[in-house]
Write a protein that binds this ligand. Structure first.
Ligand code: SAM
Length: 259
């Protein structure tokens, strides 16, 4: 009889995920809090949010802790992180619905368990999408968010070619914060997490699927990062109002938009 792989320590994997994310974004918790302050001011106690590019559920878990009457539909396309999230956050029961869907593909909203949300939130995820995909995603979101509902995107949103001086300033500040090391060194924690978790026998099927879905390693694309201005414009064109930056530390920002 084939031996079953031992159950991984999902919570430990989530804790290590948080550690590596924080290693290149030391303001991560403050940025989560800034997003929750907006949700607290904009929504009633009981609400349902979409978490776009949820990973193993860092944002979802914090949101559900801060808002005990809330629920989250957490979407990602990576079977490995979805499995870590399901395992680590199983104690939250049906307050989380995990959805396996590609935010960059048309029709992803058909995988959602409902057609109406009070909010959509996302952290460190939408920079994975290219411009046409982002435009479509924001357009797809508009009819899903109820009137007076809110979208919040926390991510590195660069100034871009229109503001080269500010871009250089942000780059220098980032290097200073990391002791003069190159951006490459920021990837060390991410790469280590993936190298280590790939050894989990219980995740081998998920890794096969992951390699089909993400054939090139994240960060290898030569596309220039999508600037802040693009997000602002695309959200407005999709039908969101009062679109603006509500929190920022150089290019690390939280964007808000209302229906
Ligand atoms: C750096 S992680 C951030 C995860 C989590 N939001 C956090 O803050 O820790 C980016 C996530 O976006 C997901 N992602 C990237 N492209 C995606 C796509 N096309 N559809 C769904 N999820 C995607 C990745 O699988 C990954 O889990």
């Amino acid at each position: 009889m084939a031996k079953r792989a031992p159950t991984p320590n999902w919570r430990a994997w989530l804790a290590r995920w948080d550690e590596q994310q924080e290693s290149f974004n030391p303001s991560r918790e403050r940025r989560f809090d800034a997003m929750f302050d907006v949700l607290a001011a904009a929504l009633p106690r009981r609400f349902t949010a979409l978490d776009l590019g949820c990973g193993p559920g860092s944002l979802t878990a914090r949101l559900l802790r801060r808002f005990p009457a809330a629920r989250v539909v957490a979407v990602d396309f990576d079977p490995v992180v979805l499995q870590v999230g399901r395992g680590a956050l199983s104690g939250l029961g049906d307050r989380i619905t995990w959805v396996d869907a590609n935010l960059g593909a048309p029709g992803w909203t058909m995988s959602l368990p409902r057609r109406r949300f009070d909010a959509a939130v996302s952290t460190t995820a939408l920079h994975w999408l290219r411009r046409p995909e982002l435009r479509r995603l924001y357009r797809d979101l508009a009819p899903l968010i109820r009137p007076r509902g809110v979208v919040l995107n926390g991510d590195y949103l660069p100034w871009g070619a229109q503001r080269p001086r500010l871009g250089r300033l942000a780059e220098r500040a980032r290097r200073n914060a990391f002791g003069g090391k190159s951006l490459q060194s920021e990837w060390a924690g991410w790469n280590r997490w993936w190298r280590d978790i790939e050894k989990e026998a219980a995740l081998q099927d998920e890794f096969v699927l992951r390699k089909e879905r993400f054939p090139t390693p994240h960060g290898s694309s030569r596309d220039s990062p999508v600037p802040l201005e693009f997000h602002l414009r695309a959200l407005r064109r999709a039908g969101f109002r009062d679109v603006d930056v509500v929190w920022q530390e150089m290019e690390n920002r939280v964007l808000v938009g209302f229906r």
